[in-house]
Design a binder for this molecule. Structure first.
Ligand SMILES: [Zn+2]
Ligand SMILES: [Zn+2]
Length: 370
């Protein structure tokens, strides 16, 4: 065969192959638009989603204390949900704070059964810690089938917050019960119930369920009234959740010997620099906000010094509620601060899971929850 004929034959083969591929694609598109195929795809998607919920719940080690990060962000963070931690210990599920968008993150975590939430604990009443409370109650009630009021613990102002949300969601609740009936939307499960306590300067018990206990103490977040930190114990494993606080000697003392200290953190030199840049650029309002927030959060370098000086014994420091928003420069700075620390240091991220198997010293970190 001549060279010219070979080229011609090659082109024909290429054209026929492309034509067959095109016809295949068109046929596939037509199939995709047929209702029967669509219904089949929807059916298998719903089935696999329901199966994966069941599998992930069964896979979660019942003999461990688990912490799920359902919101590590702040009002200045556009990427992460605002504050929320879910603690699962045996049959007990506890939520600490319910910031904006945190319910969406919780729904990303099939291990947590919304109807099985035993109690919510509020660290303080800043909006980035409570804005999602109404939605959290709604998914627990309608999504989870709650038949008892959801208990919400916190310093005395928690009563106002809970009653306010109950009132705001009251017409919605009535409509849902009228629509779904009392079997799906039982009125007695709808309102949250406040459990206020008066925090002291030392940890004091506020909740107990089987082998799980929660203690609370006041932290330093002026002018906020009743800002608290919590300590959770499940048999031999324990965590401390700082909530928003400036450096607190008492909280560090209460953290000595726990497995995980979940502490808020700020890089104050970076925030001060951001304030100066904002002022230079004429963004006075932003500059003032950056300056104002410097005096009620914990500087990470000072936190590291304080932990070292007092020889606070922890296995993992989980930095939460980080200001400024993390990026590779911020992460390098944090790494440099904690370079010689005798404990592990991680930045809290949405969907992260920390697991503490009972009867061991292990601290397992799953960055995306899997
Ligand atoms: Zn906050
Ligand atoms: Zn705050």
């Amino acid at each position: 065969m001549s060279t010219e004929n070979s080229i011609r034959l090659g082109l024909w083969v290429l054209c026929i192959t492309a034509g067959v591929a095109l016809v295949g694609c068109i046929a596939l598109l037509i199939l995709m638009f047929s209702r029967g195929v669509q219904d089949g795809l929807i059916e298998s998607a719903v089935q696999s989603q329901l199966q994966s919920v069941q599998e992930r719940r069964e896979r979660l080690d019942a003999e461990a204390l688990h912490v799920f990060v359902c919101g590590a962000g702040t009002p200045l963070n556009r990427e992460m949900a605002q504050q929320c931690l879910a603690v699962v210990a045996g049959d007990t599920t506890l939520i600490f704070d319910a910031g904006a968008r945190s319910v969406v993150r919780l729904l990303d975590m099939p291990e947590i059964d919304p109807g099985g939430i035993d109690a919510v604990f509020i660290t303080h009443t800043h909006s980035d810690h409570i804005a999602g409370l109404g939605e959290l109650n709604l998914i627990s009630w309608i999504g989870g089938g709650r038949t008892e009021p959801l208990p919400v613990y916190g310093a005395p102002d928690v009563t106002d917050v809970v009653e306010g949300f109950n009132r705001a969601y009251s017409p919605d609740g009535d409509f849902r019960t009228d629509h779904h009936g009392e079997g799906i939307a039982p009125p007695q499960g709808r309102p949250m119930r406040p459990h206020p306590f008066e925090p002291g300067i030392e940890m004091q018990p506020v909740y107990e369920s089987g082998e799980v206990s929660v203690e609370a103490m006041e932290v330093v977040h002026p002018p906020v009234r009743g800002a608290v930190g919590y300590r959770v114990r499940h048999r031999d494993r324990s965590i401390v959740i700082s909530g928003d606080t400036d450096l607190s000697e008492d909280l560090l003392k209460a953290s000595d010997g726990v497995d995980v200290l979940i502490h808020e953190g700020m890089l104050k030199d970076v925030v001060a620099l951001m304030s100066r840049i904002a002022a230079q650029e004429g963004a006075e309002r932003l500059a003032n906000i950056f300056t104002d927030i410097l005096n009620y959060h914990a500087d990470l370098a000072e936190l590291q010094d304080a932990i070292a000086e007092r020889q606070i014994d922890i296995r993992l420091l989980l930095i939460n509620h980080l200001v400024p928003q993390p990026n590779f420069i911020i992460e390098r700075r944090i790494k440099a601060i904690f370079d010689d620390a005798p404990y592990r240091v991680k930045l809290a991220r949405d969907r992260m899971r920390i697991s503490l198997p009972l009867g061991s010293a292990q601290v397992e970190v799953y960055p995306t929850g899997d």
